[in-house]
Design a protein. Structure first.
Length: 348
């Protein structure tokens, strides 16, 4: 092939294919950790292969979810603390899947940056793999896009895609009735929603990401980057046990907006705010931002990352299952006639 007059290469244009290949080689062991029944091929092909029948399904319905990490990435980029955002990415997708009644089967990621830093990218993907291990799904593929001129130096973006399955006729919510008990599963921080407000509050506070955290050990940035909790294994166990009528992942919109998505028309929820203690991170955010309780409840998870709607006569057994899976569990209230979410007590 004749070389052009200027002799330019793709690398000179800012895209290093060799670095991309080195990244794939480095993350293969992490992806291999996530293998489960149904995986047919590893990384490196043009697509990921998965055998649903080998995963144990007879008449499956597929459920898909996609999401990102939002502006929490800005904190990770600015601090260099990127190891947990991969877990966030997986959690935001698979926690949604289980709310439909599906078991997450496999995951794919999309990582885009202006200039590929192999070590940083590998740490991110290794976090994704850890999230997949914790939720029992396989990392079967992804895309790393090096796009010079599209992102400032050091910046990157993440998106994730997960596919799950359930047997036909097992979709949630199903059977939600007045008198059903609302079980709240504890969050472990802000998770991955509301960070535009979080960042504004930190700015107003005058603190920097490397400042000592006001409510915990370590820095403020590290505390706010606590990875989103994964509720998959407890949710799947509850689905198999029976008596679980619905699940609501408490993301953007908080309890106020997300819980009604798992209720039927003409149904509402009564929640006792005294059923749990507001975690310190949310107390600090509310105080620093002067945020009213109503705004907190429709912006942040406020310490409850998932709500399970369960039959009253099975609430104790299902609460024990969630606890065995490692989640703090509180009884929040019940399903009632009406619309929306009503609160009693105080958020404190």
């Amino acid at each position: 092939m004749t070389q052009g007059k200027n002799g330019l290469t793709y690398a000179q244009a800012g895209v290093d294919i060799d670095a991309g290949n080195a990244l794939v080689d480095r993350i293969k062991p992490a992806a291999k950790r996530t293998n489960r029944a149904g995986v047919m091929a590893g990384l490196g092909g043009f697509g990921g292969l998965f055998d649903i029948k080998a995963a144990g399904y007879d008449d499956p319905v597929l459920v898909a979810a996609t999401d990102g990490v939002g502006t929490k990435l800005r904190i990770a980029i600015d601090t260099g603390e990127v190891d947990g955002v991969g877990i966030d990415l997986v959690a935001m997708c698979v926690n949604d899947l289980v709310c439909q009644g599906a078991e997450p089967l496999f995951f794919l990621d999309y990582f885009a940056t202006g200039k590929l830093d192999t070590d940083k990218a590998a740490r991110i993907v290794e976090g994704i793999a850890e999230g997949c291990v914790q939720s029992g799904c396989a990392l079967i593929g992804g895309e790393t896009a090096e796009m010079p001129g599209m992102y400032p130096d050091g910046d990157f973006d993440l998106a994730g895609f997960s596919v799950g399955a359930m047997e036909r006729g097992k979709m949630l919510p199903e059977g939600v009735s007045e008198g059903d008990v609302l079980l709240g599963l504890s969050s472990n921080g802000v998770h991955s929603n509301g960070y535009s407000l979080v960042r504004k509050i930190v700015e107003v506070s005058g603190l920097t990401w490397d400042a000592e955290c006001p409510w915990d050990d370590g820095t403020l940035g590290q505390a706010l980057l606590a990875p989103t909790a994964l509720y998959v294994k407890g949710a799947v166990a509850a689905l198999k046990a029976g008596g679980l009528h619905g699940l609501a992942h408490i993301t953007g919109g908080g309890l106020t907006e997300n819980l009604p998505r798992a209720l039927n028309d003409g149904q509402g929820a009564e929640i006792d705010l005294n059923a749990w203690d507001l975690p310190p991170v949310f107390k600090w955010l509310a105080e620093q931002g002067g945020i009213a309780p109503e705004e907190m409840l429709k912006t942040f998870n406020c310490g409850i990352g998932m709500v399970a709607i369960v039959a009253a006569d099975q609430s104790d057994a299902l609460a024990a299952l969630f606890a065995e899976a490692g989640h703090g569990v509180v009884t929040l209230g019940q399903v009632v006639a009406g619309e929306g979410v009503s609160y009693s007590g105080n958020l404190a």
